[in-house]
Write a protein that binds this ligand. Structure first.
Ligand SMILES: Cc1cc2nc3c(=O)[nH]c(=O)nc-3n(C[C@H](O)[C@H](O)[C@H](O)COP(=O)(O)OP(=O)(O)OC[C@H]3O[C@@H](n4cnc5c(N)ncnc54)[C@H](O)[C@@H]3O)c2cc1C
Ligand code: SF4
Length: 354
């Protein structure tokens, strides 16, 4: 039996935006989130200030949640996961496993918004000692510290005097098969560097990069102020290893502008880890039978003019489930996926009536 409900799977910024957009244009939504709270990775990982204005993630995402839950027709199911799909576009039946056991849910179309996970810097090919040295941390580890307004060395609880970021950890790396750029980590590292300098004005902060990739507002509102106003030092170079030296960390590599080896002592090293498909994205691709690209993200089949249609009719995807994306990209693709899903159902209903 055909259904006019759209199932949105994943309750992060992408899923929230998609659910809100569908409800705003008169559609009925069931929003299925595996965690027992909405908000996605920014909430689960305690992100601090979000770009471009640095407003804390909590209240910003809370506004998105309230916009969704304010619609009485929106059915939010927390702690739930789709375990099977049957039927076809226009009349899908999902099996949803949750606190009340397994239950069927009817829907005509699906928006997949299952997001990303951070690259695990402990993989063999990474020589930066993440699991060896407590003062080697990642971008999300630092986000969690910044959200508490307290940046300290995990080894001794003292504020660091010298901090560096190492860019492209787990991205643009052929050895591990992640040749793609994760898009947000240049900007996020620059944002976090600004936040450290504001919190610890006596600190020295360095960013070691292959090349800085900024787009849109990130260039003018984050990158240039980081250098000119907050005196973050950008060094073009390849870091080959991080080892311990007494109380500090020794960062070794090559200054590629000067063409010479470099060694610098740091109190804390931050690895700018990239974005990979979440385990939920990989699982849902299999359960729903939609194609993935070679990295495991959902494959959008429509080319540059349709970035949200998947290989299966009636199923659309958005946000970081499709590949690395910042919030602007995420909410744009979510609105696009919502429009596509609503349009698809309307055409399907019109074809059934004629
Ligand atoms: C360190 C860091 C800082 C960042 N800071 C910024 C910033 O300041 N500004 C900015 O624009 N961008 C920032 N970003 C990017 C931003 O986090 C992403 O653009 C955004 O989170 C993508 O939203 P999403 O909903 O697609 O995915 P996610 O946020 O990953 O949400 C996915 C949701 O789907 C759920 N899910 C997964 N699988 C399933 C399943 N099978 N069933 C049900 N639910 C499931 C998850 O539990 C989660 O709730 C940052 C990224 C990083 C790594
Ligand atoms: S955004 Fe920057 S740090 Fe991230 S992968 Fe791309 S170039 Fe590397």
């Amino acid at each position: 039996m055909s259904s006019d409900t759209i199932a949105v799977i994943g309750g992060g910024p992408g899923g929230l935006r998609a659910a809100h957009a569908i409800a705003e244009i008169g559609g009925t939504v069931v929003l299925i989130e595996q965690r027992d709270f909405l908000g996605g990775t920014p909430i689960a990982e305690n992100y601090a200030g979000l770009t471009p204005h640095g407003e804390p993630a909590g209240p910003q995402i809370q506004r998105m949640i309230e916009a969704v839950t304010a619609h009485p027709g929106t059915d939010v199911r927390l702690g739930c996961e789709v375990t099977a799909l049957s039927g076809e576009a226009g009349a899908f039946t999902l099996t949803v496993r949750g606190p009340a056991g397994e239950q069927p849910a009817q829907c005509g179309a699906i928006v997949l918004a299952t997001g990303f996970t951070h690259f695990d810097p402990g993989r063999e090919t990474q020589l930066y000692g993440y699991y060896e040295y407590p003062d080697v941390i990642t971008l999300p580890d630092l986000e969690a510290m910044l959200s508490q307004h307290q940046v300290v060395r995990p080894s001794n609880g003292q504020p660091p005097e010298r901090v560096c970021f190492i860019q492209c950890v787990g991205s643009r790396d052929r050895h591990i098969g992640n040749e793609y750029c994760s898009k947000v980590c240049c900007g996020v590292a620059s944002k976090e560097a600004i936040e450290i300098r504001q919190l610890l004005p006596g600190s020295k902060v360095y960013i070691f990069y292959i090349d800085m990739r900024m787009y849109g507002y990130w260039e003018n509102e984050i990158y240039w102020p980081a250098q000119e106003k907050h005196h973050v030092q950008y060094v073009k170079g390849m870091i080959t290893e991080v080892i311990s030296k007494g109380e500090r960390l020794l960062v070794r590599g090559e200054d590629t502008t000067m063409g010479r080896p470099m060694e610098l002592e740091m109190d804390m090293v931050v690895l700018s880890v990239g974005m990979e498909p979440s385990a939920g994205t990989r699982r849902m691709a299999r359960v729903l039978g939609v194609a993935q690209n070679k990295y495991g993200f959902i494959h959008a089949v429509g080319g540059p003019l349709d970035t949200v249609s998947t290989s299966r009719p009636g199923i659309f995807a958005c946000g970081a489930a499709l590949g690395p994306a910042d919030l602007e990209d995420t909410v744009s693709s979510a609105a696009g996926a919502a429009m596509k899903a609503v349009g698809f159902l309307r055409r399907h209903a019109a074809a059934g009536a004629s």
